[in-house]
Design a protein around this ligand. Structure first.
Ligand code: ATP
Ligand code: MG
Length: 566
């Protein structure tokens, strides 16, 4: 596991918080702290965004400051109101509140155009009429300086006039761009007269057809930050080279303040993808049932899978904030989910792959109503009644007709304990004469062992979960495994070739105890011995159709599989 992938139980101040703390102590911005989370509404949020949300909102709260939610919506081709809505819902679900501070970069279009005018006035921006290809050719390379555009020395008046007409819609798309006049020989390619505005006739989801010029990210982001009074503009490492441009723009217009951009390493996770482009491909290509497919690393996917938002926040805290890229093991996220659920999820009995057990000496028609605690170690968590009768289901894999040495569960002649109920002994198996498959196990029970112990002190080696055949409810259970298989030395070019063919298994013949009859969508519980499960947010209908997603197994099965494969 990489360095960042190890658990930090007590995170100290990371380098960003240390920096913020220092700024506060030095009285910078009058001790004010204001951050923002700036998603582009062109997809659903994923766990990588959660890292950024926890960081930005976390710093806001810890330093007695504020954090804004700002939609960076300057690229209308890929943006939509659906994404705007989902992002708000996801940030709230994760547990953060922007109060009355939700902003849209598109609300600043007018002011941004004014700032562009200011740059032109100062001779620091010009309208270029080269084509996109020509601009690229003029840019040069890392080893060669760029060449100046023949339009670079247009007069202020001409630039102002052309920019006004660009905005008024007098030119076709691509005819001109507005560029900053910085330095075509700069070693930083982004400083070689970057484009600030393009002409694009695209309908914008908020401003409609009002604008036919759209500002570029590098121009919009710093000014949006400044207009909102942001003090610390936290972003991911790929923007490190953009920082000089961020500062250049703010230094050269009458911006109300100058936020400090600070970069940190983005989250990468094993066995999944965290790039919107790839996630869109999974959804649009029909590889997943939607953005909220429980296999997706999106927040809606994790929500549907049953990950408690607190466990995601814990995960984000533990991975820490670093300056160098690394990949975190998915097992760490699952560990946080398991740890959270272990503390509070009620314990229930369900049988995923049922085989029938008949207790031959059980009094005909008798039903024992057993009181079973929701949390065996915590009586204050309450209990429910679980009916026990002479016909039960147990897990098929808990029985073996011809067991190997280390199998301690039910087998012919062997006695086991049924959880909260009785000892039973297997006397005989019934088989389908056609297929020779075991269809029923005949057992006897010891009435003296109610509640689980034998008065004569004899021991059993296993305790099995069970449900009463007549009382149990049918349910569908969906088992998930990782989205991608482990990456190997020869990475396929197309990541979809690494999709795990066993990432979803649907079991339609499960039986759950009757107490789950009316459980609500999104409720979580532990199925004893099986794992943690969540009633599906979409398909589960209380009292009618029970559908559960396995949120996480009880142990890290992946680690076991890997060991076996070593
Ligand atoms: P993608 O690369 O998946 O398209 P993005 O960075 O373009 O994502 P934005 O909507 O711009 O997506 O992201 C909003 C904020 O979340 C940005 O500040 C970005 O730096 C941060 N962010 C995105 N992905 C990650 C990640 N994997 N880890 C940490 N922060 C991230
Ligand atoms: Mg981005």
């Amino acid at each position: 596991m990489s360095e960042a992938g190890t658990l930090q139980e007590k995170p100290g101040l990371d380098f960003i918080r240390a920096r913020v703390k220092q700024d506060v102590e030095e009285g910078k911005n009058n001790g004010r702290v204001h951050t923002r989370f700036p998603p582009e509404p062109n997809g659903y949020l994923h766990i990588g965004h959660a890292k950024s949300i926890c960081l930005n909102f976390g710093i806001g709260a810890e330093f007695n400051g504020k954090c804004n939610l700002r939609f960076d919506d300057t690229n209308p081709a890929k943006e939509s109101p659906e994404f705007v809505r989902s992002i708000q819902e996801d940030v709230r679900w994760l547990g953060f509140d922007w109060e009355d501070r939700m902003f849209f970069a598109s609300d600043y279009f007018e002011k941004l155009a004014d700032f562009a005018g200011e740059l032109i006035q100062k001779g620091l921006a010009y309208v270029d009429s080269l084509s996109a290809d020509e601009i690229r050719e003029h840019r040069g390379t890392l080893t060669e300086p760029g060449r100046e555009s023949p339009f670079r020395n247009r007069t202020k008046e001409e630039n102002l006039d052309l920019f006004r007409r660009m905005r008024a819609g007098e030119f076709p798309d691509g005819a001109h761009v507005l560029r900053a006049k910085i330095d075509m020989a700069s070693p930083n390619l982004l400083m070689r007269d970057p484009t600030l505005y393009r002409i694009r006739r695209i309908h914008h989801h908020r401003t409609g057809d009002k604008w036919c010029i759209y500002p570029m990210y590098d121009f919009t982001h710093c000014l949006s930050d400044a207009m909102e009074g942001i003090t610390h503009s936290v972003c991911t490492l790929e923007f490190e080279n953009n920082r000089p441009l961020y500062d250049w723009v703010l230094d050269n217009v009458s911006a109300p303040c100058h936020p400090q951009q600070i970069e940190f390493a983005r989250l990468n996770l094993t066995r999944t993808v965290l790039s919107k482009r790839k996630l869109i491909r999974l959804v649009e290509g029909g590889f997943m049932s939607g953005w909220d497919d429980p296999r997706m690393p999106t927040l809606v996917g994790m929500r549907r899978r049953g990950y408690p938002p607190r466990s995601i926040r814990t995960f984000c805290e533990r991975i820490g904030i670093a300056k160098r890229d690394s990949t975190v093991d998915m097992a760490l996220l699952e560990h946080c989910v398991r740890e959270d659920l272990n503390a509070w999820a009620p314990r229930i009995m369900a049988v995923q792959d049922p085989i029938k057990v008949t207790i031959t000496n059980w009094p005909q028609g008798k039903v024992d109503n057993l009181e079973c605690p929701f949390m065996p170690n915590d009586p204050s968590a309450g209990s429910r009644i679980v009916p026990f009768s002479g016909e039960l289901f147990i897990e098929r894999e808990d029985f073996m007709e011809d067991p190997p040495k280390k199998f301690f569960r039910l087998a012919p002649g062997r006695e086991v304990r049924l959880r909260y109920a009785y000892f039973i002994r297997c006397e005989e198996v019934v088989k389908d004469p056609g297929t020779n498959e075991i269809t029923e196990i005949l057992c006897t029970y010891d009435p003296e062992t109610r509640g689980g112990d034998a008065p004569d002190g004899r021991k059993v080696k296993a305790t099995l979960h069970w449900v009463s055949a007549a009382h149990a409810l049918p349910a569908e259970v969906r088992l998930y495994d990782s989205l991608l298989t482990e990456s190997g030395p020869d990475e396929p070019e197309d990541f979809t070739e690494r999709l795990n063919p066993d990432s979803l298994k649907v079991l339609t013949n499960c039986r759950v105890e009757p107490s789950l009859k009316d459980c609500q969508p999104e409720s979580l519980c532990q199925f004893e011995r099986l794992g943690y499960y969540c009633a599906d947010r979409m398909d589960h209908e209380p009292g009618a159709r029970l559908v559960f997603n396995r949120t996480v197994s009880l142990r890290d099965t992946w680690a076991k599989i890997q060991k076996k494969g070593e």
